[in-house]
Structures are given as structure tokens and as C-alpha cells.
Design a protein around this ligand. Structure first.
Ligand SMILES: Nc1ncnc2c1ncn2[C@@H]1O[C@H](COP(=O)(O)OP(=O)(O)O)[C@@H](O)[C@H]1O
Ligand SMILES: [Mg+2]
Length: 222
């Protein structure tokens, strides 16, 4: 659908409502890369790393714990008190995002991964009131990621309406949805934009099975 894949050193957003497959998409991106010998990094701002590892193991048999031990993957749990990146209602969201950007910069420098996955930052951006601040915080974070040369996937929820700002600043934007066809819900995917690539201008069926995600050549519509 994107004529080959994500370009190296870019920020690629995956947007969708809850349960559309964002985390599976990005986890598969990391898992596949490790299979190709490309070191991965996962940053989980909104759920614990342990929970995600368990879920990917039980759903698809992707053993992120083992890959971590082999040194092919680093998982950064933002809730880890050692990082002193406090995430509570007392912390100003702008301060949080500034510190988060610094953390990402430091970790990318230390670990030098080829692929990066940041899971759902929407809640933090939602808490920032002024749209121009959201824009500049997004630019700073995405700029840091690009400067390191890592290829990244950032997932975005749709509940809070801040997704457009993040998509605007990204190099590509992929949308995941559920389409209601008669009485059934069908998962779907389309590419909203990709800088520097010709993209498929169609909505395709997205399947999740024990092997992970796959994109069909079919349209969800009859
Ligand atoms: N082995 C599997 N086969 C089919 N569907 C699965 C499998 N494992 C997980 N799923 C489905 O994948 C979805 C999880 O998507 P997820 O990436 O967590 O959503 P999001 O991050 O967008 O909220 C759930 O709806 C779950 O039922
Ligand atoms: Mg998720």
C-alpha cells in the first residue's frame, strides 16, 4: 500500500480508535525488524511494559522478553520510577512532554535502535491546552526522533481530537478503522499520506489472526 515500506529515519503515525489494532501493528513492525537483525525499542507511556509483553506473547507468541535478554530489544516503561518521569495529574503536561522528549533522545543515543515504537501519547497531548504548544511539542519530539536516524511508528488514539496535530507533523499517516457492512464489523486500513512515496488510494481489509496483522487486496465494501 505504500510502495515498499516506511522510509528510514521517518516518523510514521498509526491512528485508530480503541481495539482497531494499533498496538499489534507497531509490535509486529518491531518483531519483524528483530527477525531481520534490526534492533528495536518500545516505549510505552500509557500501559505497563509487562502487560504489553504478556499480551503479545499470549496473542501471537511474540517473545519480547527473550528478545530483550538477547539485547535485540529495549523496552522503556515510562511508569518505571527510576526514570523519574512522573505521570500524575499534578504534573504539568508540557513539562511531562519536554522531559519525555529528553528521555527519548537519551535512550536512542544509548541503545541506537533501528526501529522505534512509541505507544499512544494522545492522552498527554490532550492535556496541553494551547494548540500551538501541541504543534511545537510534536515538532520537537518528532525532530529528535528523525535526528537519530531511527525509523519509528507512533500510535495515536482518536478519542481526544489531538490526532490531527500529530499526523500533521509525521512523515506518513496510516488509519485503522472498523467498517460496518450489514451486520458485521470488518477491520480496515488506509494510508492517509506518505511523504516521498506513491500510495494506494483505497481502503483495504485488515485481518488479525494468530500470525498477526495482514492486509488483504480486498476492499471492505461489496
Ligand atoms: N490471535 C488473535 N487473533 C485475532 N485477533 C486478535 C488476536 N490477538 C489479538 N486480537 C485482537 O486484536 C485487537 C487488539 O488490537 P490492539 O492493537 O491492542 O488495539 P489498539 O492498540 O488499537 O487499541 C483486539 O481486538 C483483539 O481482540
Ligand atoms: Mg493499544
Amino acid at each position: 500500500m505504500v510502495g515498499g515500506g516506511f522510509h528510514q529515519g521517518t516518523v510514521n503515525t498509526i491512528t485508530g480508535s480503541s481495539g482497531t489494532g494499533k498496538t499489534v501493528f507497531a509490535s509486529q513492525f518491531i518483531h519483524y525488524g528483530i527477525g531481520q537483525g534490526e534492533k528495536g525499542m518500545i516505549i510505552t507511556p500509557s500501559e505497563s511494559a509487562e502487560y504489553m509483553k504478556r499480551e503479545m506473547m499470549s496473542s501471537f507468541g511474540w517473545d519480547f522478553g527473550a528478545m530483550e535478554k538477547e539485547g535485540m530489544l529495549s523496552i522503556i516503561d515510562v511508569t518505571d520510577p527510576v526514570l523519574r518521569l512522573q505521570k500524575s495529574i499534578d504534573v504539568d503536561p508540557v513539562d511531562f512532554l519536554i522531559n519525555f522528549r529528553k528521555l527519548v533522545e537519551r535512550k536512542l543515543e544509548e541503545e541506537k535502535p533501528k526501529r522505534l515504537f512509541i505507544d499512544d501519547l494522545t492522552a498527554f497531548f490532550m492535556a496541553v491546552e494551547a494548540p500551538f504548544k501541541v504543534r511545537s511539542l510534536t515538532d520537537d519530539l518528532f525532530g529528535t526522533i528523525r535526528a537519530s536516524g531511527v525509523t519509528s511508528v507512533v500510535t495515536i488514539g482518536t478519542a481526544f481530537g489531538t490526532n490531527q496535530f500529530l499526523e500533521y507533523g509525521a512523515d506518513s499517516a496510516t488509519m485503522l478503522n472498523r467498517e460496518r457492512i450489514g451486520n458485521t464489523l470488518i477491520r480496515s486500513i488506509y494510508i492517509m499520506k506518505m511523504r516521498g512515496s506513491k500510495i494506494a488510494n483505497s481502503i483495504r481489509v485488515l485481518d488479525i489472526s494468530d500470525d498477526g496483522l495482514s492486509v488483504s487486496t480486498l476492499s471492505p465494501y461489496p
